[in-house]
Design a protein. Structure first.
Lengths: 322, 277, 444
């Protein structure tokens, strides 16, 4: 028999790993991915593969040759960042722009802070916002949803529902269409149904808790509801419209719940979600951008360390006696 | 063109006004400190190691200025040359300092003290010590996980990967006491550097009975007492099965080294004895 | 089904030795009885080399209020008083007895008849418990009489009996309830009398349905005892969690259960109380579960204190070939042993053999801030933060973050997907902060 191993308790482990959590999120994204492939066809396929591959490659290159340490590409976080980045981009974006987005997401937003666990901002969103500001024209030409669209760069474009709202263009799609995803938008954000299926999967697997998504969606619903009730002419659309359009569902379920950049206890998570909801509505309704979720999440990411310091979890013994 | 000239002029004026304001403010709010404090600080090594017992070199300088005499004030890093300079600045007598160096009281390397289990916890001596007695049969000896190495700011202490014991670089050791505090097993001690930097000490801290410890380590002190008998200067104390050499009484005659049956007493920086015919 | 409200994890139970009748472990040739406990001061020996001792004779005296007497578990001649390795990984003072025969003190009642009537008064009961060296047999080994003598102004109104055994693999308490259920309930009534309460609740985890059924049937013949099935969740058996689950009260930070008017005792301790009060028998033997995935004969053994674990393991089929770690206790809170020459002590609830493949830890990665440690912590702490602070020696901050509330259950390290050694650092921080607090209180 070999020498006995001595270490402190506990002597068993759940078997959980970073890869298992990333894998669960990737599986939860599958319905939205299929919806994206259906509505945006070839373009969706190209940008998602480009983003995933380039993120993994950049992480490997930076860790191996720049930092000269061990690589952690097998933990799945770079793959997930790439997938989520592509979900936030229009499906007719040229490949070279997608690659730049991956480089910013992995190289600047993640690696320069020390790798997984040390980044203050959501890497996929940093990549997306960087592209939005650097290539505003390409980033705001949204392909029209055509089932299994074989066209990529020359896909027919149309305004998104939120853009329609901002510019008072033609009519807004029906609520059912908004729910299933038959509207213009980023590759992964259109189908509320698919995203909600993913949400349920994540809750069952206990990968995320309900606090952040529900508080974001509720805040947006209530805030826009109040505005709608107060002034029906100025705020003509229902709160349900706001929930189903833009990147809100995707942001609330998959982007804001990123482990590293969100608060560490339920009370803090509710505050975080509330903040994101308020900022999103303010940008959408009063700001000049049609969409505000990415910015809202990034702004609240900056507040996460403060929330962690000020808001502590409920301690044992705080509850009143029975 | 006008815009450029106008901008430059504006900035120059702003910076001019700011400098004047800053000048007056720095004069008005200047902290007056005894000149000597700054002078002393400039001759100190600026390591801020706390070896003198004061927080930072500034704290030590303050203490020197306020003290009546320099008897108990020693900068261990700078040593005698630095204290002489400090004494010169203050016009006081410098104290007599015995140079000291850190010494490891454990000789149980992997060959002489076999490992009987494998430690798989966090690689810190403090945490391992909190858990159990160690990877060998001797629960007093060095754990080899390097808390002392981490604590040394002067690059003087390194764990030898083959023997798994710490080794002290005499030239770099400043006797700042950091490693003594860091070791949870209290194996490290600051001992006087004798003539030509020589020293003799018992290379063990084991307090178990002789018969027990022999199975765990070949170079342990078994408390047999032969060294105490041999020492003509009464310099060796025996307590709890462990011998300890008092460096104030030790004359470095090396007789104890020769009689120790387990070779637990170590002599450093001596020439090798010629074998008698 | 009732359970504690905060944190907790679900573990695979691996109760291989459940339902296996208690066997008697063979008496060794030399018993090495440790004089120290983990909690409280070590006892002082009252015998010396050459003394003849009988089973049940006192060989160690308590050294203070929070300490306990130690009794001989074998009869024979004292070989020596010396240090010997125990589960703490250090050598502690122990009494070595060469065994001759198995002669018990005449005062001990060896019959198996169950005595239900207790004729002693409350003060006499507590004195008996104190004299006979009864300590918490759930693993904490806290001297029982200290719990039964609350400080002035505090009184209990409920007795909670811990029949939970939430650690995987261990079945000693379960089997004790099956075989000695009635004796345990008599012990409960004795303790109720000792602390003057009218209500007792026995909490049993729902994976021991036979024990629950049996105890419920027996409890009908007693007054004031309720058998409460509890949800299977770790650490249901933690003192504070058990009080929360059974009576819904949460013990405030820094205080003891008596603050919420509850006293908690393990079933094995209660059984020892029965034997002490009704059979005049001091504590010198206990049940030890020998278990593990690769072990040949799992079992629950009634072993005398001081029996080298190697002896009992032989009876259980010997050490499995693929053993990487030997743990005294359960896998979540037990201590890894460096050798089987360690002997049975009052707190040894089991010996677990973990195969090498499972025993080695995986490499640590960065904290991904997944909050699993916060979610599973039953005390509402933030383990990731405590580990960070411990690494940077931030002791004041750790004290403010309530590190002393930590019950060292191990849920955080268990759940961490990055394999971070959270509990190692927190435990070290706890011991350092504890020393700082004690120094501060001593100065006052």
């Amino acid at each position: 028999m070999n020498k006995l191993i001595i270490s402190p308790s506990p002597h068993v482990h759940s078997g959980d790993s970073v890869w298992k959590n990333m894998r669960n999120v990737i599986i939860a994204l599958v319905p939205a991915y299929l919806a994206g492939l259906y509505f945006f066809g070839l373009g969706a396929l190209i940008i998602s593969f480009t983003a995933m591959l380039s993120c993994v490659v950049f992480e490997y290159l930076i860790q191996r040759y720049l930092i000269k340490g061990s690589t952690s590409i097998t933990d799945g976080s770079a793959l997930l960042t790439g997938l989520l980045l592509s979900f936030n981009l229009p499906s007719n974006l040229p490949v070279w722009i997608v690659i730049i987005g991956s480089l910013v997401a992995i190289g600047i937003a993640k690696m320069s802070f020390g790798g997984l666990g040390n980044n203050p901002f959501n890497p996929a969103l940093v990549g997306r916002v960087f592209l939005l500001i650097s290539f505003p024209a390409q980033m705001t030409s949204w392909p029209k949803p055509i089932p299994f669209n074989p066209a990529y760069l020359d896909a027919v474009t149309a305004a998104t529902p939120l853009a329609i709202l901002k510019g008072q263009f033609s009519e807004i799609p029906s609520t059912l269409n908004l729910f299933f995803g038959n509207m213009g938008g980023s590759m992964g954000e259109v189908s509320a149904l698919a995203l909600l299926i993913g949400f349920v999967y994540l809750l069952i697997r206990k990968t995320i808790s309900w606090h952040i998504p529900i508080s974001i969606l509720l805040t947006v619903f209530i805030f826009t509801g109040i505005l709608h009730l107060v002034n029906r002419e100025l705020f003509s659309v229902s709160p349900l419209f706001h929930l189903l359009t833009g990147g809100l569902m995707l942001g609330a379920i998959f982007m804001a719940t990123d482990y590293v950049t969100s608060p560490m206890n339920p009370r803090g998570m509710l505050i975080f979600g509330f903040g994101i909801g308020i900022i999103t509505v303010v940008i959408r309704v009063f700001g000049s951008y049609p969409e505000g979720v990415s910015f809202a999440i990034l702004i609240m990411n900056a507040f996460t360390p403060l929330i962690n310091t000020l808001v502590k979890p409920k301690r044992f013994g705080e509850a009143k006696k029975a | 063109m006008n815009t450029i000239i106008f901008s430059i002029l504006t900035l120059l004026v702003i910076s001019g006004i700011s400098s004047v304001i800053l000048f007056f403010i720095s004069r008005k709010f200047q902290v007056f400190e005894d000149q000597n404090i700054q002078e002393i600080e400039s001759v100190l090594p600026a390591a801020n190691c706390g070896g003198c017992g004061y927080p930072s070199c500034h704290g030590f300088a303050l203490a020197c200025v306020n003290a009546e005499n320099l008897e108990n004030l020693v900068c261990t890093v700078g040593g005698l040359p630095t204290m002489k300079k400090v004494a010169h600045i203050l016009g006081k007598d410098s104290n007599i300092i015995h140079p000291t160096v850190a010494v490891i009281h454990c000789g149980g390397n992997c060959d002489l003290r076999p490992r009987i289990n494998q430690y798989d916890g966090v690689g810190s001596c403090a945490i391992a010590h909190n858990l159990y007695g160690g990877e060998t049969g001797c629960t007093w000896g060095c754990l080899g996980l390097g808390d002392c190495e981490v604590s040394c700011k002067f690059d003087a202490l390194h764990i030898n990967p083959e023997t798994r014991l710490p080794e002290i670089d005499e030239e770099k050791c400043t006797s700042c006491n950091a490693c003594v505090i860091a070791c949870p097993k209290l194996i490290i001690e600051l001992r006087n550097k004798g003539l030509k930097s020589r020293r003799i000490f018992v290379n063990c801290v084991n307090k178990d009975k002789g018969e027990e410890i022999q199975s765990s380590c070949n170079v342990a002190c078994i408390g047999c007492g032969k060294c105490v008998e041999e020492c003509a200067f009464d310099a060796i104390l025996m307590a709890n099965n462990l011998a300890y050499i008092d460096s104030n009484k030790c004359t470095l005659c090396r007789k104890c080294v020769a009689v120790c049956p387990t070779h637990a007493i170590l002599e450093i920086n001596f020439p090798t004895k010629r074998v008698k015919e | 089904m009732k359970t504690f409200k905060m944190g907790g994890i679900h573990l695979k139970e691996y109760k291989f030795s459940a339902g296996i009748q208690i066997q008697t472990a063979s008496i060794p040739q030399q018993a090495i009885i440790p004089l120290g406990h983990y909690l409280g001061g070590p006892s002082l020996p009252v015998v010396q080399k050459g003394d003849k001792v009988k089973v049940g004779q006192m060989i160690g005296q308590a050294s203070g209020f929070v300490s306990a007497n130690v009794h001989a578990s074998v009869s024979g001649v004292v070989n020596r008083i010396d240090v010997h390795l125990d589960a703490s990984g250090y050598k502690v003072p122990s009494v070595f007895i060469d065994v001759h025969g198995d002669e018990w003190l005449e005062t001990i009642d060896k019959s198996a008849e169950i005595k239900r009537e207790c004729t002693l008064s409350s003060a006499e009961i507590i004195k008996r418990i104190t004299d006979y060296g009864i300590v918490g047999l759930g693993g904490a080994t806290f001297p029982t009489h200290v719990k039964l003598l609350p400080p002035p102004g505090k009184k209990a109104n409920v007795l909670i009996v811990n029949g939970v055994e939430c650690e995987p693999y261990l079945t000693c308490d379960h089997q004790l309830m099956i075989e000695k259920g009635e004796e345990i309930l008599v012990g409960v009534t004795i303790l109720m009398k000792a602390i003057d309460v009218k209500q007792a609740i026995v909490g049993i985890e729902n994976n021991k349905k036979d024990a629950i059924a049996l105890m419920q049937k027996l409890a009908k013949t007693f007054v004031g005892i309720e058998i409460l099935p509890l949800q299977v969740q770790y650490p249901q058996g933690g003192e504070k969690q058990l009080i929360d689950a059974t009576i819904g009260r949460q013990v405030p930070t820094g205080t003891l259960p008596i603050e919420v008017e509850a006293v908690v005792q393990n079933v094995a301790t209660v059984f020892a109380v029965y034997e002490a009060v009704q059979k005049n028998k001091p504590l010198f033997e206990r049940i030890v579960t020998i278990t593990g995935k690769s072990l040949k004969n799992h079992g629950n053994f009634l072993a005398r204190l001081g029996t080298p674990l190697a002896n009992i393991v032989e009876q259980a089929g010997g050490v499995p070939e693929d053993t990487g770690k030997i743990v005294a206790g359960g896998p979540m809170m037990g201590r890894a042993l460096s050798s089987l020459e360690v002997t049975v002590a009052k707190g040894t609830s089991g010996v677990l053999f973990i195969p090498t493949l499972e025993a080695a830890r995986k490499n640590m990665q960065n904290c991904i801030r997944c909050t699993k440690c916060v979610v599973t912590c039953p005390m509402g702490l933030e383990p990731f933060l405590l580990m960070s602070q411990s690494e940077r020696s931030m002791w004041t901050e750790m004290e403010n973050e309530r590190v002393m509330d930590c019950i060292e259950c191990g849920c955080c390290s268990f759940a961490c997907p990055s394999n971070r050694p959270l509990l190692d650092h927190i435990r070290y921080g706890k011991s350092t902060v504890g020393k700082i607090i004690r120094t501060r209180q001593a100065k006052k």
